[in-house]
Design a protein around this ligand. Structure first.
Ligand SMILES: [Zn+2]
Length: 289
């Protein structure tokens, strides 16, 4: 992906090096995880994980350390991707007669305090609508490269951009009222039914990541075929079936929260191809997901 010379976002909070102390009460709401928890536990994010995330904490100290060149390059790249999402979504929202307010991207290491409770790096990137922030521990990207077995030998930069754009996609869902409506609906459903709503939310975030890529490339010709392949390969290896089978040898569709590999690839591709905001995962039958 070509982003040389492009601006960086001013909506980045760099909290790397801050350490987070111990726990207090639980305050959970509006949180959306990227779904790589399978890699560590072999199962979907569950209430106990969410309780871990729901513990309020205080920042206790600042550690000063030098970041490597690679870490700094990754932070800059992430900031440029975020800036691109701001420019693209501002225009797309204008076309819909709406106003886009950008989220803040918080870079952290190990653990971070959020309006949705404490987040830890082990859960992967996530979005919290309570503070409209997306939280990313940049070490996730090397974990992604090492553990997901992505075959593409390229630099994976567009795969990383897809991860950021997916989280921004949840912010778009929030601004459009879709995220809150879905979370309210989920709170009234049993787990299996709630998981089905979660799948629609996640596939829609993949779709919106694609919509962003569509306009980014239309405007800047920044995305080549290799980039597209690496993002689609990423969508494949973060499918629920793929991750569950990899972690424990079988998959249970009723526990899927993010969609299958085929579904994630399909919606990302559709967004990239069409850029059409009238399409939604909430407007189609389950069989069409
Ligand atoms: Zn998500």
């Amino acid at each position: 992906m070509k982003l040389e010379g492009r601006r960086e976002s001013s909506n980045v909070q760099d909290r790397r090096g801050s350490t987070v102390a111990k726990a207090g009460g639980i305050g959970l709401g509006g949180i959306v995880l990227f779904g790589l928890i399978y890699l560590l536990t072999g199962r979907a994010p569950d209430p106990s994980l969410l309780q871990q995330m729901g513990q309020n904490t205080e920042v206790s100290s600042q550690q000063q350390r030098e970041f490597t060149e690679e870490e700094q390059a990754l932070a800059k790249f992430s900031s440029q991707v975020l800036a691109s999402t701001e420019d693209i979504w501002t225009k797309v929202f204008q076309q819909m007669g709406r106003t886009y307010t950008p989220p803040t991207m918080v870079l952290y290491t190990d653990a971070v305090q959020t309006a949705c409770g404490q987040g830890t790096a082990s859960v992967g990137p996530f979005y919290c609508s309570g503070d409209q922030c997306l939280y990313i521990d940049l070490s996730f990207f090397s974990t992604m490269r090492q553990q997901l077995g992505i075959k593409n030998k390229g630099d994976l930069d567009f795969a990383y951009a897809y991860v950021i754009a997916h989280e921004v996609g949840h912010h778009v869902e929030y601004l459009l009222g879709i995220l809150d409506a879905a979370h309210q609906q989920m709170s009234r459903l049993n787990e299996t039914q709630a998981n089905k709503v979660s799948v629609r939310l996640e596939l829609l975030a993949d779709y919106y990541a694609g919509v962003w890529g569509h306009y980014e490339n239309a405007t800047f010709q920044s995305i080549d075929d290799n980039d597209l392949q690496e993002a689609i390969e990423t969508a494949k290896v973060i499918g629920d079936n793929y991750l569950q089978e990899r972690a424990r040898g079988y998959s249970s569709p009723e526990s899927f929260t993010h969609g299958t590999s085929a579904q994630r690839m399909k919606w990302l591709k559709l967004g990239l191809q069409t850029g059409d905001m009238s399409i939604s995962t909430f407007n189609v039958d389950e069989s069409q997901l």
